[in-house]
Write a protein that binds this ligand. Structure first.
Ligand code: ZN
Length: 268
């Protein structure tokens, strides 16, 4: 049967559509953002945020637990004073076979490639996004704890997206959870993180207050956790008392019947 020009055209359009679909799949597999910068700019250009803080709407601070469960999250902030590794905490978790979610900054991953790869290959640990340069998540340059926030939409996008890509090249999976440097957000930056496919996760137990507490203070805070709480500690300050405090607190939580879940399990 001879094809009419119309049929040839339909076949041509179909082939082009197939190619485009394949290209999209390839781009996604290569770690392209689900939403590009241009789309983000078009969506939020001119939006003026009104909120700024650690607990604005959309920051997840607790979860619905099945029984007695808590989620331990450990930040590794990177940078000149934040790129060390507190291996004692990881050893402790492995010893007790306990899960945790590790928020890794891109600079920390770059400074610790072998350790990062080892952690990523351990099924106990879920790797999450702690940003690219550890900046507070702002679209107007607001600061937190003396750290300058991202200045505009493009900077906020790059901070979140480049952090996500660093995690994806480590694990082979795009991260589902984001915590900004300092855990401060405005509502526009938070919406950008959500649009890029990440839930924003804060804390309900400030376990080591930026790795500044004594062992007994860490132990008191962490062992006092209640079901559904998200505990924040740091795994990048080995000189701190955080590991010592966790060493006291974890057996107490286990005696009370608590289990430790990753954020993937907390927010399936
Ligand atoms: Zn941090």
């Amino acid at each position: 049967m001879r094809k009419t020009p119309g049929a040839v055209f339909i076949v041509f359009v179909y082939l082009v559509a197939c190619c485009l679909a394949l290209f999209e799949v390839a781009a996604f597999a290569a770690g392209e953002a689900l939403t590009g910068l241009e789309e983000i700019l078009a969506r939020y250009e001119g939006a003026l945020p009104r909120l700024w803080g650690e607990d604005i709407p959309g920051v997840l601070r607790t979860f619905e637990p099945e029984g007695k469960a808590v989620a331990l999250t450990l930040d590794a902030c990177g940078g000149a004073k934040g790129s060390a590794y507190d291996g004692a905490i990881i050893e402790l978790l492995r010893e007790h076979n306990l899960s945790a979610t590790l928020f890794l900054n891109a600079r920390w991953i770059e400074a610790n490639p072998e350790i990062a790869a080892d952690l990523a290959s351990d099924p106990l640990f879920l790797i999450a996004n702690h940003g690219w340069k550890h900046r507070p998540c702002s679209v107007t340059g607001r600061s937190a704890w003396g750290i300058e926030g991202t200045k505009n939409l493009s900077e906020a996008y790059r901070e979140i997206e480049n952090g996500a890509r660093a995690v994806e090249s480590l694990t082979g999976r795009r991260p589902r959870f984001y915590r900004s440097g300092t855990n401060f957000y405005d509502e526009v930056g938070l919406a950008v993180a959500n649009d890029l496919g990440m839930k924003v996760v804060g804390w309900s137990v400030l376990g080591d207050a930026g790795a500044t507490l004594t062992a007994s203070e860490v132990s008191e805070r962490v062992s006092g956790a209640r079901p559904g709480q998200i505990i924040l500690c740091h795994m990048n300050q080995p000189q701190s008392a955080t590991a010592e405090g966790l060493k006291e607190a974890i057996p107490l939580l286990l005696e009370k019947g608590y289990k430790f879940v990753t954020l993937e399990e907390a927010f399936p």
